[in-house]
Design a protein around this ligand. Sequence first.
Ligand code: CTP
Length: 211
Amino acid sequence: MKILITAGPTREPLDPVRYLTNRSSGKMGYAIADAAAAANHHVTLISGPSNEEVPDGIDYIPVETAEEMYHAVQNYIGKMDAAIFAAAVSDYRPASIAEQKIKKTEDTLTLELVKNPDILGSARSKFSYQGVLVGFAAETENVESNARAKLMRKQCDLVIANDVSRKDIGFDSNENELLLVYPQTTESIPKADKHHLAHIIIEKVTDLQPK
Ligand code: CTP
């Protein structure tokens, strides 16, 4: 299969020396790319800045901002059999990027943010993508119902949910515990190393491929 994977955080510049980002390490997305390559799939990894090692033998497209990730996905998704959106995309970016470093002249500073494009949410609609579509949901409460709402809203075949309120799993951790939310069913995958979970995810994605 040809599999597209988004991974890592995005970085939204504020001025020449500052940016807004989040705590995503890219570990889960890179582990999925690794597992997919090991299973002999053709992998395209579109990733925001991460310290993870890029797996050998894959197509690697580095990006910084959500808009760059949006355009890269738009370019590549048409040829894919499956697309797995593991990136933690910034929902908002600064409304304008200062040309010069912002100086601390005032006691308070208000930032105006504007919404970034929803990349996963554009797959079925704007990109007319018809392959297997898998999203992630990082939730702090009502994990299953929030993930199911996301599955419907973004027309996914599977949403992989995790509880980011827990300190022992998720962001920047080597382990995770997942809830696989399908249109009709839900399956929980107990806490395990992200590499082990990545292999399970690739098996589940392969199962979703029309026979
Ligand atoms: N995602 C994306 N582009 C965005 C935001 C999110 O592709 N601009 C993808 C993520 O990679 C993930 C999924 O959408 O696969 C879930 O993201 P999330 O931000 O949790 O979903 P939202 O619908 O934005 O809901 P929330 O209100 O919880 O932020």
